[in-house]
Design a protein around this ligand. Sequence first.
Ligand SMILES: C[S@@+](CC[C@H](N)C(=O)[O-])C[C@H]1O[C@@H](n2cnc3c(N)ncnc32)[C@H](O)[C@@H]1O
Length: 220
Amino acid sequence: MSLTFFPINKQMYDYAVCHRSHHSDPVMVELRKETLALGEIAEMAIPPEEESFLSIIVAASRVEKAIEVGTFTGIGAMAIARALPVTGKLLCCEINPQWISIASKYWAKAGLESKIEVRIGPALETIKYLKEDRFFDFAFIDADKQNYENYYELLLPRIRPNGLIVFDNMLWKGKVVCPDITDKDSVVLSRLNEKLKDDPRVESVLIPMADGVVIARKKG
Ligand SMILES: C[S@@+](CC[C@H](N)C(=O)[O-])C[C@H]1O[C@@H](n2cnc3c(N)ncnc32)[C@H](O)[C@@H]1O
């Protein structure tokens, strides 16, 4: 059998993180610094390689309308918004206004504020009550794991054919592959991985990047 994957070490990871566009974007560097200063909770932020991945797929698929579910301090949102055309819009759903007050400062510094709309509150409610004619080319799901499937089912009808849904944390630090780990979040994410691979409405792949990123393309 050929080698299909290989583990990487910290040196290789750091090398990869430095060898990408935007690696020294001054506003992003500053935002990451303020996020890191929050302490342990900073772990919620997406890592640098995922930030670049989001920018590239958003630009390459010519996304105009995007939605992010779970924004935290706005790193992913900044990566998505900077890749949108000037007329593009990103709707950010976040329950905690404290995070948005940090995010907004940096979005303004990066000149992205006109592209970003924020709805504070439980994302399920925000999405349920969106206007019927609100459609998206791209969704990034990165909030409470228990509702991942609900977000998927609510958003899929609002995604245009060939549009993309990206789910973060789908390896859940490896817990999805451990049958003896039965906490609710692990079970929910593991079930969603099973569902997505056979869901005839989408074509999907679980990319072993960061904490596991699923990208699902809505079939036309
Ligand atoms: C993993 S973090 C998001 C990280 C972010 N996408 C980034 O790019 O760094 C998850 C976020 O979801 C938010 N959240 C949790 N439950 C939520 C809910 N029911 N509705 C909206 N946001 C929620 C949390 O406050 C937190 O900021």
